[in-house]
Design a protein around this ligand. Structure first.
Ligand code: 3PG
Length: 293
């Protein structure tokens, strides 16, 4: 048996599996549980509740108590006090728009999973100096989107991002098909006015639409069972133009070993994607030279 991963690693892997993070601004904590249930029912059990309203903390507390399967985090966290409060209220992770050193150091020292915001190589290095390799990239679109992100991350080895700011259904594929992207965040799935108006069906539909569009195939099987048949199936999808990108996660922390493969769909970039799929499978040692092992 391998050692269980640190809380930060576990949160990152859950975010990677979900691929989307609904960024929430909520005025009425009484609506928090209905909101979390709508997200869960839509297949996206995750919410970043931002500290942009006085009710954020209460909302986190309610979701954490009543919806244990929802990965609830706190967003727009600026001070150590807010991070501590969010953590005690049950937030599993903390996100910030920028790099507030006091807040980030507090989280690192207290084992609270934290994703500080970065916008430049200098800020990226602040995060690395704290041992953090997954960071928020904000405001993604205004900074120059995925092209800028590729440029600033090129000099660094293992750095991954949670971009947000101006991302929505029309541009999320560009981010999600990049291997450095863990998940994208955004408010489009559950805008503040929909929450205030109690439009939870609308939120459920929007999340489903966004989520379904990209998560085409989800395979969970033991490594031994991941055979040529599975790779061929993925190959056929690639030929049909149904695969845009691929992310794979192996989970060596449980016995027997498990592999989780997520294939995302976007017809336009299918060919490029199949190569990515193979490269990733190779990286995970499932395939060598493009053939299943
Ligand atoms: C965030 O805090 O991540 C952003 O404000 C979300 O940006 P969006 O509203 O443009 O999606």
């Amino acid at each position: 048996m391998h050692e269980r991963p640190a809380p930060l690693t576990r949160v990152v892997e859950r975010l990677r599996k979900n691929r989307l993070i609904p960024v929430i601004v909520i005025d009425d904590a009484g609506k928090a549980v209905a909101l979390a249930r709508a997200l869960e029912e839509a297949g996206l059990p995750c919410a970043e509740i931002t500290f942009r309203t006085p009710r954020a903390l209460e909302a986190i507390e309610k979701i954490s108590k009543e919806c244990p399967n929802v990965l609830v985090g706190a967003g727009t966290v600026l001070t150590p006090r807010q991070a501590a409060d969010a953590h005690s209220a049950g937030a599993k992770f903390v996100v910030a728009p920028g790099f507030g050193a006091a807040m980030v150091d507090y989280c690192v020292e207290n084992g609270i999973p934290v994703f500080p915001g970065i916008a430049t190589p200098t800020e990226l290095e602040f995060a690395l100096s704290r041992g953090l390799t997954v960071m928020k990239f904000f405001p993604a679109e205004s900074l120059g989107g995925i092209a800028y992100l590729k440029s600033i991350s090129a000099p660094y080895g293992k750095v991954e991002f949670l971009p947000s700011g101006g991302i929505g259904p029309s541009n999320m594929a560009a981010y999600l098909s990049n291997p450095r992207i863990v998940a994208v965040g955004g408010s489009w799935m559950a805008p503040a006015d929909w929450i205030s108006a109690g439009q939870f069906d609308r939120i459920r539909d929007e999340v489903r639409k966004s989520h379904d569009r990209f998560v085409e195939v989800y395979v969970k099987c033991s490594l031994e069972k991941l055979v040529e048949r599975d790779v061929k199936g993925l190959y056929k999808k690639a030929l049909k133009g149904e695969i845009a990108s691929f992310t794979g996660v192996s989970d060596p922390y449980e016995e027997p070993l498990h592999a989780e493969l997520t294939v995302e769909s976007d017809r336009e970039t299918a060919a490029e994607s199949f190569n990515k799929l193979l490269a990733r499978l190779e990286e995970l040692s499932y395939v060598r030279n493009g053939a299943a092992r």
